[in-house]
Design a protein around this ligand. Structure first.
Ligand SMILES: [Zn+2]
Length: 222
């Protein structure tokens, strides 16, 4: 009975003690907050509000954020944005253009593809079949070489543009001639067709039915 009483007192003591500690902690926190407020007020008066706000913004940016996610101020560089708009104007909505697409999203090829991407990937708007890659020539020639090899291997064209800020409709249209008349219909089943390069040494392109291999419809491009 004596032990039970002792345990009871101990528990009650702990509860009261922890509540007191918590209260003390809260008060200390509030006091520090008030101090900061007072300091800030004094600071504002001494340097002027127009100095305080930019400084506070700079400090909040420098502080580690609660989550690691922050919206980027610029999603696409000016040149990339301009080229995308020009491509979309030229393609007139007949194709879907994906931007900065990781290569591993549309090519099987293991870890060598890790971290690599193509600036734009043109796909047909219904089945999202890959039609062509578009990229900007950058200083790193090995990256461009890798893309060239990859697109040659997957048998899809890769269109390359020089790196700059402004692209005209004319130059983009000239390089995307490839897509002109891409509304070709299969002579067998009337579904749409896709241009493909034959595996011969000579650059021979043919229209191949989208239903290949179920449908063997094809047309030579002369
Ligand atoms: Zn067909």
């Amino acid at each position: 009975m004596g032990t039970l009483f002792f345990v009871g007192v101990l528990i009650a003591g702990l509860v009261v003690g922890s509540k007191w500690l918590r209260k003390k902690e809260q008060m200390a926190f509030l006091d520090s907050d008030v101090d900061d407020g007072v300091l800030l007020e004094k600071y504002k008066v001494s340097v002027g509000i127009e100095t305080v706000v930019p400084q506070a913004t700079a400090i909040s940016r420098a502080l580690p954020s609660e989550t690691p996610f922050r919206l980027k101020e610029i999603v696409l560089s000016e040149g990339h944005r301009n080229l995308l708009q020009t491509i979309e104007d030229v393609l007139e909505g007949r194709f879907r253009v994906f931007v900065h697409l990781p290569l591993k999203d549309f090519v099987d090829g293991g870890s060598v593809l890790e971290g690599k991407e193509v600036s734009y990937l043109v796909c047909d708007p219904h089945y999202f079949n890959v039609l062509a890659g578009i990229d900007i020539l950058n200083k790193d020639a090995t990256e461009t070489h890798f893309l060239r090899e990859l697109f040659s291997e997957i048998n899809k064209p890769l269109v390359l543009f020089p790196k700059k800020q402004i692209y005209t409709d004319e130059e983009v249209r000239a390089k995307l001639q490839f897509f002109a008349g891409a509304e070709q219909k299969c002579p067998n089943c009337t579904s749409s067709m896709e241009k493909r390069k034959l595996n011969s040494a000579a650059e021979q392109w043919v229209w191949v039915c989208d239903n290949y291999p179920r449908c063997k419809g094809h047309l030579k491009i002369t």
